[in-house]
Ligand binder design. Structure first.
Ligand code: ATP
Ligand code: MG
Length: 393
């Protein structure tokens, strides 16, 4: 039986030109993501995107899985395609939805007829198909208010579609439609979630990671690259910049008061991130900071670290509890990797009693003995770049 995927676009408030830009971007993202699992024709009609397999080899199961992680899609239906003839539609509904209906108790039929030449009106289609299904599966009961299964029959210009319940999609907006951001990606739980949240709003990401070899290990590095790989299911391929941070940390340790180590270090991270972001065309920086989580994430500390940047710094998990962040980390599949016990550069040099209510001038004074520009330039010149291809790219 021929099948198709029907993808419902999100953000229905978008109108006019924005709407078509949204759909074009979504279709191009889908084309890229689905390429590895077969040949599909992908097109949109009236806010629904159709994914049509071009041959037997096209893997519908994988295509469905992939589509569920593409931002900009609010719901996905896997549908049977058939001729627009009542008997064929009825037969298709009985066969195609057999497993679903056998395991259900209640259902209703919903019909949509965009081809008005079809001889039956929607209420009549619902009634007749409903009757046929009751005859075929006598254990079923119709429940119009709150059915377990909604059997959808759509009569379109070329074909009819039959499908059961929609599967909720990833929501959000197509990646790339709202520009490009630089994500500070550590090996922890929070930053992949922060990246996911910004990507969900249609932003393409580049990642920046600071490593402190030999204080941090090769495996800590691999962990970060694995996290990026997992994120690609949502973000598409990711460019990861790996910045050597050891020299800067050692200079800070030599020259700055201990209670300001972390803050001065984070100011360097922000400066380097901004420089790379601007070079790569990113319009903002994203971090996984959450208010009050650690000493460097108080309002005052984030003022001191954020004040060295002139582009916006977004912190999408700022108001979330750790438990809430963990729920998302589990959903997107990063949690298990994030909790692997490898050290991060932040923990290697962390002071015993960090200042929690620092002032900007204190950090500025602490940095006086450092060759700021030179240190930054050296780190940027030694930065390596790794392209993490998506599983499907
Ligand atoms: P955790 O779940 O352990 O809190 P985290 O990633 O949030 O992990 P924090 O020490 O809280 O780690 O750091 C706050 C934010 O600073 C991170 O979310 C991340 O955006 C950025 N950051 C920290 N360490 C690094 C690093 N080594 N490279 C890049 N960004 C980092
Ligand atoms: Mg954190």
């Amino acid at each position: 039986m021929k099948e198709m995927l029907l993808l419902k676009c999100g953000e229905l408030v978008l109108k006019g030109l924005n709407r078509s830009r949204f759909e074009e971007k979504l279709i191009s993202n889908l084309r890229r993501r689905l390429k590895a699992v077969g040949e599909f024709k992908i097109y949109s009609i009236q806010s629904t995107i159709y994914v049509e397999p071009m041959n037997e080899e096209a893997d519908m199961e994988r295509a469905l899985e992939i589509s569920l992680k593409v931002f900009g899609i609010v719901a996905v239906c896997r549908a049977a395609v058939c001729e627009k003839d009542y008997n064929t539609i009825s037969k298709t509904a009985k066969e195609y939805l057999k497993d679903t209906l056998i395991n259900a108790y209640t259902f209703k039929v919903d019909a949509r007829r965009s081809d008005k030449r079809f001889p039956m009106k929607s209420p009549e289609i619902c009634r007749e198909i409903g009757g046929d299904l009751l005859e075929e599966y006598p254990h079923l009961k119709v429940n119009v208010q709150n059915p377990e299964i909604i059997v959808m029959v759509e009569i379109r210009d070329e074909f009819a579609f039959v499908h059961a319940n929609k599967i909720p999609g990833a929501g959000g907006m197509p990646v790339g439609i709202n520009g490009h951001a630089a994500l500070l990606l550590s090996g922890g739980i929070d930053s992949p979630v922060a990246g996911y949240m910004i990507a969900k709003r249609g932003v393409e990401l580049s990642c920046i990671h600071f490593e402190s070899f030999p204080y941090t290990s090769e495996r800590a590095m691999e962990k970060v690259l694995s996290l990026a790989k997992i994120m690609t299911a949502y973000t598409g391929r990711l460019n990861v910049f790996i910045v050597p941070f050891t020299q800067i940390q050692e200079e800070i340790r030599k020259n700055c008061p201990e209670d300001l180590f972390t803050l001065v270090m984070r100011r360097f991270m922000m400066r380097i991130a901004e420089s790379l972001a601007v070079r790569e065309g990113c319009k903002c920086i994203v971090t996984g900071e959450s208010l009050g989580q650690v000493a460097s994430q108080t309002i005052e500390a984030m003022d001191v670290t954020g004040s060295v940047c002139s582009i916006p710094v977004f912190r999408p998990v700022i108001g979330m509890d750790k438990e809430e962040i963990v729920v998302i980390a589990r959903k997107i599949g990063t949690f298990e990797t994030s909790i692997l016990p490898y050290e991060d550069c932040c923990t290697v040099f962390s002071p015993k009693h960090p200042l929690t209510r620092p002032k900007r001038y204190q950090a500025e004074e602490a940095e006086r003995g450092l060759l700021i520009q030179e240190l930054i330039e050296t780190a940027i010149n030694k930065t390596k770049q790794v392209m993490i291809e998506g599983k499907e790219d």
